[in-house]
Design a protein around this ligand. Structure first.
Ligand SMILES: Nc1ncnc2c1ncn2[C@@H]1O[C@H](COP(=O)(O)OP(=O)(O)OP(=O)(O)O)[C@@H](O)[C@H]1O
Ligand SMILES: [Mg+2]
Length: 463
């Protein structure tokens, strides 16, 4: 059963329609003008609107148009006087669900409201379903079952639907961006723009224009008007990454937007407004930055309404096996293979300190994956070392068994490029990652080997 809004300036008509529809079990609201109808839609949940086309002041079509802008796609049924078929057709073109001609046939009225109600509830369910799916997906992307990660996820669930500014803190590579993504995906703004800006990646003198836009001719090179991220993110979420790197003069301008919601493009003086939810991230300790005088205290308080701290990986080692397996699965999907990660390798990874956190683990796993000659992913000391200053692998586990892995299996039908790639990677792994030795065995130049490895995405520095 639907919530129906009846808009008609004739009291007798309103009462008749309301009575019939209430008998069918619908809840009915009434309004005597377009303006009053819009006000009711703003205040209550309306599934279906039944509206007379001819109204004093604003007519039915204009009311519908405004309502569509404000409240989204609610099905409208317009009632037209006889002989105004053309207007009725125009109404359908403008997005009306259906129309009824006067004198209104009661049976048709009931049937039309009934089917509009079904459409409204299908729309609603779809929306809820889509949101729920988005929900799970965004949270599932954050792999981990440690107490710390569960807390982070609970926090995201709790704050996402508010409009509160969120500050995500954590070392580099801990997954701060995934957290920011999930905050947006779980929020009511999820269908709206999600705009990201990495403060550290923008040259200092361009940052203001990136944030707030510029007018044409505002400075040399500003050949046309450009909207800033705040304008683009209107009604949605703006993710300001590396906020700790923001120069002080930009901090002042950001503070102003947060205080009164308005800003101006560079070279412009017209104040603009944007409805933006802000999520910020930093790998610095922002409180310390404040104490050191590098970050404004007033801005810090504005940004730090909700604080989510993502702990380093070494403090939640229990997540390492899950993460490693998740990355391995992803690599398998990408390479259409079914490589395995043995418990020995997993336990070895678990013992490392991972100063580069999850990103380092991910990169290391990718290297091990491409360097492993067989189905089993094996530890390659070079790969671990190349990924960062993590501890070295134990030599015993480090070397692939020389005999069984001396051969590689190649399925018929593989393209030549792929055969070459597998042979090169397998040979390199067989040589314990020693590139000069591998190049000799392959009888190619060392430079050629480097070039090929680079093309395969294998990091080649740190011989
Ligand atoms: N819990 C996790 N589950 C799955 N993947 C993760 C997780 N945490 C991080 N990652 C992956 O690690 C990489 C780094 O994550 P992200 O970019 O979110 O880190 P960050 O904290 O923003 O790092 P930085 O401070 O360097 O910007 C990404 O590829 C991300 O997908
Ligand atoms: Mg990041």
């Amino acid at each position: 059963m639907a919530n129906v809004l009846v808009i008609d300036d004739n009291q007798g008509n309103r009462e008749t329609y309301a009575e019939v529809l209430e008998d069918d079990g619908h809840s009915v609201l009434t309004a005597a003008s377009g303006e009053a109808g819009l006000a009711k839609m703003g205040a209550a949940l309306v599934d279906v609107v039944l509206c007379d086309l001819k109204l004093p002041n604003m007519d039915g079509l204009a009311t519908m148009e405004l309502a569509h802008e404000r409240s989204g796609p609610v099905p409208w049924i317009l009632i037209t006087g006889h002989g105004s078929e053309e207007i009725a057709v125009a109404a359908i073109k403008q997005g009306a669900f259906n129309y009824l001609t006067k004198p209104v046939d009661i049976a048709r009225l009931r049937a039309t409201v009934e089917s509009a109600g079904r459409l409204a509830s299908a729309n609603r369910e779809n929306k809820a379903l889509r949101r729920e799916l988005g929900y799970e997906e965004a949270l599932d992307r954050i792999v981990g079952t440690s107490q710390a990660i569960r807390q982070v996820k609970a926090m995201i669930r709790q704050v996402a639907s508010t409009d509160a500014t969120v500050l995500v803190e954590g070392e580099s590579g801990t997954g701060k961006e995934l957290v920011a993504d999930a905050v947006h995906a779980l929020s009511n703004r999820s269908g709206r723009p999600y705009v990201k800006l990495n403060t550290a990646a923008i040259p200092r003198d361009l940052l203001e224009s990136e944030l707030f836009g510029h007018e044409r001719g505002a400075f040399t090179g500003a050949v046309q008007l450009k909207k800033g991220k705040f304008e683009v993110a209107d009604t949605g979420t703006l993710f300001l990454d590396e906020i700790g790197e923001m120069p002080l003069d930009n901090q002042v301008k950001l503070l102003r937007v947060l205080q009164d919601g308005s800003f101006a493009r560079v070279g412009g003086n017209q104040p603009l407004k944007a409805d933006v939810r802000l999520v910020c991230a930093t790998n610095r300790n922002l409180k310390e930055e404040v104490l050191a005088g590098r970050f404004r205290m007033d801005l810090y308080f504005r940004l730090n309404v909700v604080n989510i701290v993502v702990p380093p990986l070494r403090e939640r080692r229990e997540d390492i096996p899950l993460l490693a397996r998740a990355f391995c699965e992803r690599l398998n999907r990408r390479h259409q293979q079914d490589r395995e990660l043995s418990e020995t390798v997993v336990q070895h990874l678990r013992r490392q300190d991972w100063p580069g956190n999850v990103r380092e683990l991910e990169n290391t796993l990718e290297k091990l994956y491409v360097l492993s000659p067989g189905r089993q992913i094996v530890l390659d000391p070079n790969a671990i070392e190349a990924a960062g200053p993590a501890q070295r692998a134990e030599p015993a586990a480090a070397r692939a068994p020389a005999t069984a892995e001396d051969a590689i299996r190649l399925l018929l039908g593989l393209p030549m490029d792929e055969v070459e790639k597998r042979l090169i990677l397998a040979t390199l792994a067989h040589c314990g990652g020693n590139k000069s030795k591998a190049a000799r065995q392959l009888q190619i130049g060392l430079k050629t080997l480097y070039r090929k490895l680079e093309a395969y995405g294998v990091k080649v520095d740190g011989e």
